[in-house]
Design a protein around this ligand. Structure first.
Ligand code: PBG
Length: 327
């Protein structure tokens, strides 16, 4: 008798036992809420492919930032949609542009009660929808883009941002942002580098959210989903260039990459559960095919288990409320 001798089920028997031996924790402070603000908007506008997420007005953005602070989230990541886009993406550099204005408003509202971050990229601001400026042949001009990112980083720092998030996958973007920030005296603004960012189909709803006019794809700068080692090279480069934190994006299809990046660096590691990851769970839940709340917590916990210290997710505030209620 006594077979089987080893019974792992013993430690799963009660909720208290399961809680005692849980290896991974998920707390509101681990979560960062991405937020969109639309220049000139007078009403928050729902984003069709991201039910529950809106393009904020400046006013609703301020309110929502306060709610996020009250929920205890670790940070906010701001994106903006300008009224007019142009080839150079000049709305991103303009101190009065919508993203820089939003940073000012949000920082004035929340102070240092949470970490205010901003996307450092041109795709929301360009009429062609690419993450950089274009060369005469239509390709994305890496080095000309770096110069613009530098000016954009300084504009965001001057607006009061705590962390900039270069996300355009241009070579040298972290070094360019660091050099520009330091030269302007913003040595204390941190860089969250989108170190390993893949050319993913799951960005689809985001393109809707920022009204992107992109024709074609981003495969000449974002990574091929087939490559894992390349993510480690990209991450090592960003660390050398002065990143303070590194990110893997998307999250759920790249948990292996996330785990390897976690092993590689001793900096905080973030993962971005992107728009398409959000949309597919929302859509399945709307049809009654999965239990939304459980699915959300399972994915967030899995992303933490794979190695993320920080998780960017559109469910940040909602999940933070659940986590607090479950205490
Ligand atoms: C680039 C950027 C993108 C996202 C965050 N920063 C779009 C892209 O690279 O195509 C996507 C976020 C999401 O899909 O939720 N500015």
């Amino acid at each position: 008798m006594g077979y089987p001798e080893t019974r792992p089920r013993r430690l799963r028997r009660t909720p208290a036992l399961r809680r005692l031996v849980a290896e991974t924790s998920l707390e509101p402070r681990h979560l960062v809420l991405p937020m969109f603000v639309r220049e000139g908007a007078t009403e928050p506008r729902p984003i069709a492919s991201m039910p529950g997420v809106v393009q904020h007005t400046m006013e609703s953005l301020r309110k929502a930032s306060l709610e996020a602070v009250e929920a205890g989230v670790g940070g906010l990541m701001l994106f903006a949609i300008p009224e007019r886009k142009d080839a150079a993406g000049s709305g991103g550099v303009d101190p009065k542009g919508p993203l820089n204005a939003a940073i000012r408003e949000v920082v004035a509202e929340v102070g240092e009660a949470t970490v205010v971050m901003a996307d450092l990229c041109l795709d929301e601001f360009t009429d062609h929808g690419h993450c950089g400026v274009l060369a005469p042949d239509g390709s994305v001009d890496n080095d000309a883009t770096l110069e613009v990112y530098g000016r954009m980083a300084v504009a965001q720092a001057e607006a009061g941002v705590h962390v900039v998030g270069p996300s355009g996958m241009m070579d040298g973007q972290v070094a360019a942002a660091r050099a520009a920030l330091d030269a302007a005296g913003h040595t204390d603004v941190a860089i969250l580098a989108y170190a390993a960012k893949y050319a993913s189909a799951f960005y689809g709803p985001f393109r809707d959210a920022v009204e992107s006019s992109l024709v074609g794809d981003r495969k000449t700068y974002q990574q091929d989903p087939a490559n894992g080692l390349e993510a480690l090279r990209e991450t090592a480069l960003d660390v050398e260039e002065g990143a303070d934190m590194v990110m893997v994006k998307p999250a759920m299809s790249y948990l292996d990459v996330l785990a390897r990046v976690r092993d590689l660096v001793d900096l905080p590691v973030a993962a971005y559960q992107i728009s398409g990851e959000y949309a597919m769970i929302q859509a399945a839940a709307e049809r009654g095919w999965i239990d939304r709340d459980r699915a959300v917590l399972e994915t967030l916990t899995s992303i933490r288990r794979a190695g993320a210290d920080i998780v960017l997710t559109y469910w940040a505030v909602e999940a933070a409320h659940w986590l607090r209620a479950a205490r």
